[in-house]
Design a protein around this ligand. Sequence first.
Ligand code: ATP
Length: 323
Amino acid sequence: MASVQLEAVRLTKRFGDRTAVDGLSFTARQGEVVGLLGPNGSGKTTTIRLLTTVLAPTSGEFSVAGVPCTRPGEIRRRIGVLPESSGYPGHQTGEEYLRYHARLFGHGRPDAVRAAERLLAEVGLAERGSSRISTYSRGMRQRLGIARALVNDPAVVFLDEPTLGLDPAGQRQMLAIVREIAAGRGATVILSTHTLPDVEEICTSVLILHKGKILVSGTFGEVTRAVPTQQYAQMRVPIELVGRARQALAGVADLMTEPADERPDILRISLNGRPAADQGGTDTGMNAALRAVLSADVPVLSFEVEGARLSDAFLAMTGEGVR
Ligand SMILES: Nc1ncnc2c1ncn2[C@@H]1O[C@H](COP(=O)(O)OP(=O)(O)OP(=O)(O)O)[C@@H](O)[C@H]1O
């Protein structure tokens, strides 16, 4: 099994009488992409600031690549950070900027030149390395920020909202880069985000924070199974029989129907608040829906059970919706 690169034990941060991070314990292994999720104010940024040694914990401890938090200077040499918002010197070119940071980490001049070139290629900026940063789009700046975070070949990379404000193409590019940081470099990535589809796409595990505490953690499957979420199925019936199908479904306890978007011939059926973990119950419910409609002499043209969604689990746990 891959080695543990990050370990937090009862990590806590208080600001006055407000506890921003409250007894966080978790581990992350080499090559994992861990999604750090939670509503506004749940403690994501504070957690990243603690783990990147910007803030000192009030209590608890953590280690990065085996280095304890009592040696913050050594930790800083082993991590890369893309903060929530960072400024860039617009007058410098991407190349100059990365060379400068490579030099800060002790590379000699020729090494720094090579490192800048390699990193620019890695984040898709090879063509624009000699342009001034002031001419870069937001997506290009974010990618330059990632390149800077990789300059010291870090064991753990922290990315705070890396896709925020990017257009769909920029988001895709960013996610591909993040995936490669974990799969290609074997680094551990801690990714704080509000964008759950990103998480579903690239994270190997998820930590959901609420009021500074971990509500639930695990793989995507474990998290969506751990909480009561609605399970939905879509049933398509002949349009002239929609009314009859609805009537038949109304007689099935525990089911509710709602119209699917702009498709009057599709009924979206949900099991009322049954835990997704209760797979037996879910099957029975959906089978009951099918039986009811068929026995009302309504042919079912298609029937599809939707997969559990992280956003539903998140909503069920925190009471707050997300994008
Ligand atoms: N320097 C500080 N002084 C006082 N309170 C703080 C400080 N930094 C954060 N907090 C408080 O700690 C809590 C957690 O904030 P944090 O910024 O970590 O949340 P977050 O999950 O990153 O939120 P967002 O998604 O809005 O960025 C909030 O209640 C916040 O007001």
